[in-house]
Design a protein around this ligand. Structure first.
Ligand code: FAD
Length: 404
């Protein structure tokens, strides 16, 4: 049988962002898939939200799924920057604008996961839970066999590792693959009610506080959604973080922001419920993205520091571009090579940008003074010259056929 006509089956590892999107995009490309997710249910992380940039919306539009983000999120097209003294440093567009005027959105991470998963299920994608990948092998026929922790297995024509920053697939492809690099600030956030915050709808306020970074935006309900980045040089373990109680987080944050002339302390006081924090990571360059019929996409291949605001958008771009390559180049090895050619330069540039932005959050006293001096000039340049256009204006033309 002509290989191009045989209906291929993909095993997708991970049901976060890239996984369900890859399954929906592959379905459009005429490739069957099953998503295998390690956990039993969906994510429900306290206080965790993200900004979804215009390039991510554009990529979702290629598979008619952008409405999911637009209905879960609220628009945040502007970013205003200030220093811990309360000094206004400038304003820049946040996350780009599509030609039809659609702007970046902010939404809860758990809502994004749920919306993508439900839409994939609605379109007939199969998702299996409690399936943690432990190993995979390329078969002599060029396919792949996956083995899961529950002693089950599955066979397919290709395997797509969308299993996040601590990807098992990455190590299966290349046992020498780099591990995730710790970003030396923690993340903690929440939803405040009745806080005295000077926030305009649609504007994310970012504050380079004296001792920690703070960001907040006004949700249409009146809630203030906020996050803070307490600096922490050494990576804490999951157990260390889990042992920090809500009261201890509150005390730590109130202390960190006590010298700042900003609403951070008011917002933290006005936040009911549990506070929890995470360590975050990036992956500047993973030398090997694919081997045989296995490939990694999303955070598994190129996690970026959260400050780039691009992790979810890049994961979605990856999923759609890969499906397009597999649609038009039926030989898997050629499709993977074309995919890597299209993606590597862009994603590594974004990861480097994210690392620079994160480093600016942990400047010492001299660095802070310099930053506050230079920042207005830099922000003016970004605002007028569209210097982040390369990041936000990325467009995937789903209908255009890839050249062999
Ligand atoms: C605090 C914080 C703030 C962020 N802010 C932003 C932001 O503002 N904008 C933005 O675009 N991005 C942001 N991000 C990044 C964004 O969340 C990620 O880039 C995005 O979720 C990556 O999608 P993914 O599908 O590659 O990985 P994930 O979303 O991590 O999904 C991976 C999935 O694989 C599963 N899995 C893992 N191992 C296995 C295994 N062995 N077998 C089976 N399944 C497995 C996991 O359970 C998970 O469901 C932020 C991240 C953090 C932590």
């Amino acid at each position: 049988m002509n290989a191009a006509r045989k209906r291929r089956k993909a095993l997708i590892i991970g049901g976060g962002v890239a996984g369900p999107v890859a399954a929906m995009a592959l379905q459009r490309a005429g490739i069957e898939s099953v998503v295998y997710e390690a956990y039993a249910g969906g994510a429900d992380e306290v206080g965790s939200f993200l900004t979804f940039a215009s390039n991510g919306l554009d990529a979702l539009r290629a598979i008619d799924a952008h409405h999911l983000v637009l209905s879960e999120g609220f628009p945040t097209p502007r970013m205003e920057i200030q220093s811990g003294t309360g000094k206004y440093l400038g304003e820049v567009p946040n996350g780009g604008t599509l030609p039809d005027g659609t702007v970046s959105q902010t939404l809860k991470r758990a809502d994004l996961y749920r919306a993508l998963r439900d839409e994939a299920l609605r379109r007939g994608v199969r998702i299996e839970y409690g399936k943690r990948l432990i190993d995979a092998e390329v078969t002599p026929g060029g396919g792949v066999v996956a083995r899961f922790e529950d002693a089950t297995g599955s066979e397919g024509d290709l395997l797509i590792g969308a299993d996040g920053v601590h990807s098992r697939t990455r190590r299966i492809i290349d046992p020498n693959a780099p591990g995730a690099r710790y970003v030396p600030v923690l993340n903690v956030g929440g939803y405040a009610r009745g806080a005295r915050a000077r926030a305009e709808p649609g504007t994310f306020r970012m504050v380079f506080g004296r001792r920690a970074f703070f960001g907040y935006a006004l949700h249409p309900s009146g809630e203030v959604w906020w996050f803070a980045n307490p600096p922490r040089a050494e990576e804490p373990s999951g157990a260390d973080l889990a042992a920090i109680s809500t009261e201890q987080w509150r005390e730590l944050l109130l202390d960190l922001f006590s010298e700042d002339d900003t609403p951070a302390a008011d917002i933290i006081h006005a936040t009911p419920g549990k506070l929890a924090g995470w360590a975050t990571h990036d992956l500047p360059s993973v030398p090997r993205w694919h081997r045989g019929a296995m490939i990694v996409i999303g955070d598994a291949a190129h996690a970026t520091a959260p400050s780039s605001g691009q992790g979810a958008s890049m994961a979605i771009e990856d999923a759609v571009v890969l499906a397009r390559c597999l649609r038009d180049l039926p030989e898997t090895a050629r499709a993977f090579a074309a995919y890597e050619r299209l993606r590597r330069g862009r994603v590594e540039r974004i990861v480097a940008h994210g690392a620079r932005t994160s480093n600016s959050k942990i400047a010492g006293p001299v660095g802070r003074a310099l930053r506050d001096l230079m920042m207005p000039m830099i922000l003016k340049r970004i605002a007028s010259g569209g210097s982040l256009a390369w990041m936000h204006d990325y467009h995937i033309d789903w209908d255009e056929k890839m050249a062999a």
